[in-house]
Design a protein around this ligand. Structure first.
Ligand code: CXF
Ligand code: ZN
Length: 369
């Protein structure tokens, strides 16, 4: 058992508390990780605001971290002390039907316990005094030390800077991966929502060879970054502005090949289908909708060849796929520096979420050393 300092969300809509907790050593198949850096993501904010169905309070948020292995539990064979790792909210057990299929990167082997905020054996490794504190997304990277199942850790090259590649734990992989999976050379692309995911879709679309990349956002705060990543056109919808679907059709002569939806707003999802070119346009949904909502659209659009698909963690299988993506960063193909707008200490984490809510940050990275 060791001590850790962590951000604790005791209940929705109250500031995170920073406190010292105890962490139990890793059980069988588990690994104790020392987190070096952790980015703040909008999904953490949903837990803090009480709108994330997989949150059990009190909890330690954070799912975009990078760190080093400190101790391995019984039966762990693929990781050693000092290995550099990225915790995965989507594990890769390598054995289930999903892992064996090339058709998905999902692995639901430990989903039921992960979504209840506990380890696969049904208990938490974190204690505050004599009360357990729950894990979040199976990662809880806003703790100096965290315990993660072996199947939910991607081993990465040691020369990759942990204070940057933590972003591969969520935003960069989700955005760049989705673009690389769906964009073909010469494609015209639309990206709805220029947050942490949208800007990475833009850089992925540019890498994939898109000929035109149209960004759509109700705020123009991120246009400079998006332009530096490859955005060629920007549309800012508003009461006095033309319908964005009409504007996209005008810009592209009939619609885009691929549209990415990163807002979770149902009306925007519909726009992302409507702005696609008939016959083959693909609308890729990434934004998380309010729970229970339903999307409607004219079936003829799909019958004539458009499609609506979704993307989770960029379609990347975490353990086997992340190292290759990190190589592309190390070779200079993927940028991380320009999207890290703020670096914070753990005690400043509430300010980090405040910046996120105000739309003033792209990525804030909490540094543990
Ligand atoms: C999210 C994306 C939607 C499902 C839950 C996880 N990814 C990271 O923030
Ligand atoms: Zn995230």
């Amino acid at each position: 058992m060791i001590k850790t300092t962590a951000a604790i969300c005791v209940a929705p809509n109250v500031p995170l508390e920073i406190d010292t907790l105890t962490v139990d050593g890793p059980g069988p198949g588990e690994v104790l990780v020392e987190i070096v850096a952790s980015g703040l993501c909008h999904t953490d904010l949903t837990a803090l605001e009480g709108v994330n169905a997989s949150s059990v309070y009190p909890l330690i948020p954070g799912h975009e971290g990078a760190g080093r292995v400190v101790e391995v539990g019984l039966g762990v064979t693929t990781l050693c002390i000092d290995d550099h790792v990225i915790p995965l909210y989507g594990p890769e057990c390598g054995e289930c039907s999903m892992c064996r299929s090339k058709r998905t990167n999902l692995c639901w082997t430990i989903k039921p316990t992960r979504d209840r905020g506990v380890m696969p054996d049904g208990t938490s490794r974190f204690m505050r005094g004599n009360k357990p504190v729950h894990h979040f997304m199976g990662t809880s990277t806003l703790s100096r030390y965290t315990v993660v199942p072996e199947i939910a850790l991607a081993k990465i090259r040691k020369d990759a800077p942990l204070d940057k590649v933590c972003l591969f734990g969520c935003g960069v992989t989700t955005g760049v991966g989705a673009a690389l999976a769906h964009v073909r050379p010469g494609d015209k692309v639309a990206v709805f929502g220029l947050g942490g995911i949208g800007v990475n879709i833009i850089q992925g679309a540019r890498i994939a060879g898109a000929s035109r990349i149209i960004g759509i956002d109700i705020s123009s705060a991120k246009t400079e970054l998006a332009t530096s990543y490859g955005m060629t056109d920007f549309i800012r919808p508003g009461p006095d502005a033309p319908d964005p679907v009409v504007a996209i059709r005008d810009l592209t002569g009939g619609g885009v090949d691929v549209a990415f939806e990163c807002t979770g707003v149902l009306g925007v999802m519909r726009q992302s289908l409507d702005c696609c070119v008939p016959a083959w346009g693909v609308s890729v949904l990434l934004g998380v909708e309010p729970s229970g909502s339903e999307l409607s659209f004219p079936p003829v659009q799909v019958r004539y060849g458009k499609s609506i698909v979704g993307s989770y963690f960029g379609g990347i299988k975490g353990r086997t796929g992340l190292p290759g993506l990190i190589d592309r960063f190390m070779e200079g193909e993927i940028d991380l520096d320009r999207q890290i707008t703020h670096r914070l200490q753990l005690h400043e984490v509430n300010e980090g979420f405040h910046l996120m809510k105000q739309g003033k940050s792209v990525r804030s990275v909490v540094m543990f050393e």
